[in-house]
Design a binder for this molecule. Structure first.
Ligand code: SAM
Length: 235
């Protein structure tokens, strides 16, 4: 089956691009439905600008493509039809400016500094500014295990934060208010996908999930069944 990204690697220009091999198979699975739409895309981390023409070719001319980096030298790497913004992904003021200037986004890809605080701060400030159905992708999450990136097994890390997100996503279903209160992210997170070194979190605003039963073709919906407070699950 043809793979745009594998093909692209064989026809790069003088802008160096560095990716893990298996990302090239993950991208089409994760992002295929976003091709050739008028999407708004933000990538954090430019380096030599190698990914810019790759994304431009993949998403097509209708896409609004924004690239951000802390290094002012990256300003010169803007391609026609792209936007380059210079700032620190761990600076809330910069993130607010990105949203004000270019949001809301359909896809945000964090391939920036890969340190815990950078990744978490960017996510916390940008995730609410994804359009419904939009995807937040964090790349190279193996750095969560690397001391040089503030990581390490059991340490505070972005992967650790995603485990916290899994709990918040399920915070409807608890009566342990003291230690595990309801969190509004339960209304926002639709999906969390884990790949080796990539986490993708989809924003899907929604109300309390509904249980559905059907007998003799009669469909009934109930949220009462899902209210876990002071009762056992029916499942
Ligand atoms: C892995 S490279 C990006 C590679 C690029 N996405 C590609 O695929 O070719 C990481 C980039 O993140 C930038 N960076 C590091 N810390 C940052 C920060 N705090 N805010 C924004 N960008 C940062 C670096 O300057 C570097 O250019």
């Amino acid at each position: 089956m043809p793979n745009y990204f594998r093909d692209y690697m064989t026809r790069t220009g003088d802008r160096m691009i560095l990716k893990m091999d298996h990302y090239l198979d993950i991208y089409p699975r994760l992002l295929g439905h976003l091709q050739h739409r008028d999407l708004r895309f933000l990538e954090i981390g430019i380096y030599k600008g190698g990914s810019m023409p790759m994304w431009q070719g993949y998403f097509g001319p209708g896409a609004h493509l924004v690239f951000a980096d802390i290094d002012p030298a990256c300003r010169d790497l803007a391609l026609p039809g792209t936007h380059v913004e210079i700032g620190d992904q761990a600076d809330p003021a910069f993130l607010r400016d990105l949203v004000a200037g270019h949001g809301p986004f359909d896809l945000i890809l964090d391939d920036g500094g890969h340190k815990t605080d950078q990744q978490i701060t960017s996510f916390r400030h940008l995730f609410p500014h994804l359009r419904p159905g939009g995807i937040y992708v964090v790349e190279d999450t193996h750095t969560s295990y690397w001391p040089g990136f503030d990581g390490g097994y059991g340490k505070r890390s972005f992967i650790g934060y995603t485990k916290w997100l899994i709990d918040r996503m399920h915070s409807w279903y608890t009566d342990e208010d003291e230690i595990f209160p309801f969190h509004p992210l339960a209304r926002e997170i639709g999906e969390i996908r884990f790949f080796d070194s990539i986490v993708a979190i989809t924003r899907e605003p929604h109300g309390m999930p509904t249980a559905l039963s059907s007998r003799n073709g009669q469909v009934k919906r109930s949220q009462a069944m899902m209210r876990a407070r002071n009762r056992r699950s029916i499942f």
